[in-house]
Design a protein around this ligand. Structure first.
Ligand SMILES: *[C@@H]1O[C@H](CO)[C@@H](O)[C@H](O)[C@H]1NC(C)=O
Ligand SMILES: *[C@@H]1O[C@H](CO)[C@@H](O)[C@H](O)[C@H]1NC(C)=O
Ligand SMILES: *[C@@H]1O[C@H](CO)[C@@H](O)[C@H](O)[C@H]1NC(C)=O
Ligand SMILES: *[C@@H]1O[C@H](CO)[C@@H](O)[C@H](O)[C@H]1NC(C)=O
Ligand SMILES: *[C@@H]1O[C@H](CO)[C@@H](O)[C@H](O)[C@H]1NC(C)=O
Ligand SMILES: *[C@@H]1O[C@H](CO)[C@@H](O)[C@H](O)[C@H]1NC(C)=O
Ligand SMILES: *[C@@H]1O[C@H](CO)[C@@H](O)[C@H](O)[C@H]1NC(C)=O
Ligand SMILES: *[C@@H]1O[C@H](CO)[C@@H](O)[C@H](O)[C@H]1NC(C)=O
Length: 563
């Protein structure tokens, strides 16, 4: 069934002001009607092909979460038996929900149906993010919002009713989560699930007439907007994966009642975030400059990040784009299940992006500095200060932070990357070169300039009794057809492919150097260059300090057939 043209025009123009019920696009399954650009459609199809090739019932990759995302794509495409498969997936998904209200993870879905549930008499100890993941409640609900709003005419009545019931249970269970209570960490600052929670509570509260849910959805959204407005940034700042999830959650505002806080503020927030991404994204390297609050890799052409496909949906797939080629089977690639629904919501998202931000994603507009601030309570009391230097063929960035944990608020050293240099290491198929500070100290000052990155360990002002580190580790990418020897950096310099590096500072001068290779970070092998230094480096005004200075050299050419 197709919408009458006049109604389509009204929906496209977003003229639904007085309405307080969710937008209902029944019949709008045609991607043209949904307003996708040619780039959006091409990426939608690319994503669907990968999932089609990997799919078999009962679930995509064994997971209800990713299956719910695929179901959105199937319903939007609606060719052949797509709708039938989507109905089967949704029927399967609702069977995997935790429905015992006394369980801490009430309302979430099993992570992988081939594993066992936690809770009750399960031999798998109840541990958040290990035996159960409360975020799955929200990950399924965000897909459910699009399905319920836009494609419910393609669902069997029972499937539709059960999906709504599961979404309601998911949001009630999500309401159990209070950051700092039990082992939970759902603080306002944990941006990606927090914005998913706001969209989910607003939508489900509205369709089920649950006034309490609507009330909390409003309260949570106001808290999110207030925290955003402190520094004009997300607390989970500049993450290749999580900025993408948060932006996607914000893009669901288009399905919310127009009198909700998220509906009113999402366009402004998305616009501000894209203005930042346009500054930290380096088109000459086709990747996001560091630092990243959380990451699964260093170069978006070498691992899949959800922000990478959001950017690709804007700039198109014909030239270089920030996704691995091919994506199927790439590092961290199963997150790509979000692509079809990301493209489906892209017209609304992209209408919030300024034309100058869009053009900055296509081409490096100029070599430039960029600074930003962000705060993540309760893990820090003062803002983090970011500095970025972005130039043709090189990006450097650092963050100043004073925290009560090591490894960032996610307490994860490999994923927290607070000081990073990326550069063009030659067209060798392995992506950009990178040097990344591996965080071992709870407070650091890392500042980028156009020629160096200074890493310092100032004493914590807010957590003076916290244990500090007496070592400083740089993780350095290995590159094909090149290797450092055991004594590299013993004279404080090394020539890497495309970059001459000099290290200085009291840490290098007085510390003991160790250079090893063989461990992995984000599944990548790297050189571990660590300096262990004496405790007396911190005395008077002096603090432990290491400066990475560089000079770009001509990127080497490789004897590899790449085209
Ligand atoms: C209302 O929702 C909040 C947040 O989910 C929850 O803590 C509270 O128990 C709910 N109250 C009622 C009466 O359901
Ligand atoms: C929006 O309006 C509807 C209808 O008047 C009302 O039921 C609902 O509570 C309102 N929602 C918010 C968030 O104010
Ligand atoms: C960030 O900069 C502000 C000044 O703008 C300063 O007050 C704050 O202490 C700095 N944060 C850290 C972690 O050093
Ligand atoms: C780092 O770069 C800045 C700006 O170019 C420069 O002033 C400073 O001297 C450099 N530091 C070192 C140790 O080279
Ligand atoms: C740090 O330790 C000292 C001495 O034990 C104590 O007096 C002070 O209150 C502690 N400060 C903080 C912020 O915990
Ligand atoms: C440092 O050592 C490397 C070999 O390890 C050598 O190539 C380089 O020239 C040396 N640099 C200086 C400044 O001595
Ligand atoms: C890097 O090397 C140092 C010194 O050998 C070691 O203590 C540290 O654990 C290593 N880092 C990682 C992440 O394995
Ligand atoms: C550095 O190595 C020397 C010689 O092995 C040792 O005596 C010293 O304690 C080490 N210093 C540190 C800070 O580990």
């Amino acid at each position: 069934m197709r919408l009458a043209p006049i109604l389509i025009a009204i929906l496209a123009a977003g003229i639904s002001q007085g309405a307080s019920v969710p937008r209902n696009n029944d019949g709008g399954s045609d991607l043209d009607i949904a307003g996708l650009s040619a780039n959006n459609k091409e990426l939608f199809e690319y994503g669907m092909t990968i999932m089609d090739n990997n799919f078999g019932l009962p679930f995509l990759w064994g997971t209800p979460k990713l299956s719910s995302w695929y179901a959105v794509g199937l319903l939007a495409r609606n060719k052949g038996n797509d709708a039938e498969i989507a109905n089967k997936l949704l029927a399967n998904i609702v069977t995997t929900q935790y429905t015992d209200p006394s369980f801490v993870g009430y309302g979430t879905f099993i992570g992988d149906y081939r594993r066992i549930y936690a809770g009750g008499d399960s031999p798998w100890a109840t541990k958040e993010y290990t035996s159960y993941d409360p975020n799955n409640a929200l990950f399924v609900t965000i897909a459910g919002i699009i399905i319920d709003s836009q494609f419910s005419h393609l669902l069997d009545a029972t499937v539709r009713a059960n999906l709504r019931k599961a979404m309601h249970t998911a949001v009630v269970g999500d309401g159990y989560r209070v950051g700092g209570v039990g082992e939970d960490n759902l603080y306002v600052a944990y941006s990606n699930p927090w914005y998913m929670r706001c969209a989910s509570a607003a939508y489900v509260g509205s369709i089920t007439g649950d006034a309490n849910m609507t009330y909390w959805g409003e309260k949570w959204a106001q808290e999110a907007v207030d925290l955003f407005d402190e520094y004009g940034t997300l607390s989970e700042f500049n993450g290749g994966t999580y900025a993408g999830v948060t932006l996607f959650a914000m893009s669901l505002a288009q399905y919310l009642p127009t009198n909700t806080t998220l509906y009113k503020h999402a366009p402004r927030l998305m616009s501000a975030i894209w203005d930042q991404v346009a500054e930290t994204y380096n088109p000459s390297l086709t990747t996001l400059s560091g630092p990243w609050d959380r990451t699964y890799g260093f170069d978006l052409t070498q691992y899949y990040g959800i922000l990478g496909s959001a950017i690709t949906g804007i700039i198109g797939m014909s030239g270089s784009h920030p996704m691995p080629k091919p994506l199927d089977g790439a590092e961290h690639y199963t997150d790509m299940a979000i692509i079809p629904m990301q493209m489906l919501t892209a017209p609304y998202m992209e209408s919030a992006i300024s034309s100058s931000a869009k053009s900055k994603l296509n081409n490096l507009y100029a070599d430039h500095y960029y600074t930003a601030q962000s705060i993540y309570p309760p893990y820090e009391k003062r803002p983090r200060n970011y500095t970025f230097w972005v130039e043709d063929g090189l990006s450097a960035g650092g963050v100043e932070f004073d925290e009560n944990v090591v490894g960032g608020p996610s307490i994860n050293q490999p994923s927290f990357s607070p000081g990073v240099v990326l550069w063009d290491a030659g067209k060798n198929g392995a992506g950009a070169g990178w040097i990344s500070y591996y965080p071992t100290n709870p407070s650091c000052s890392i500042i980028a300039t156009s020629s160096n990155l200074t890493i310092r360990y100032p004493p914590s002002l807010d957590y003076p009794n916290i244990t500090t580190s007496n070592s400083l580790q740089l993780s350095i990418a290995s590159q094909p057809d090149f290797q450092l020897g055991k004594t590299a950096f013993s004279n404080h310099t090394a020539s890497l492919p495309g970059l001459d590096v000099t290290l200085s500072g009291n840490v290098v001068e007085q510390g003991n150097r160790s250079l090893t290779y063989g461990a992995t970070i984000n599944d990548l092998y790297y050189y571990n260059l660590t300096y262990t230094f004496p405790g007396n480096l911190q005395s008077g005004a002096a603090v432990p300090e290491l400066v990475i200075s560089w000079k770009k050299t001509a990127p080497p050419s490789y004897n590899l057939i790449l085209q």
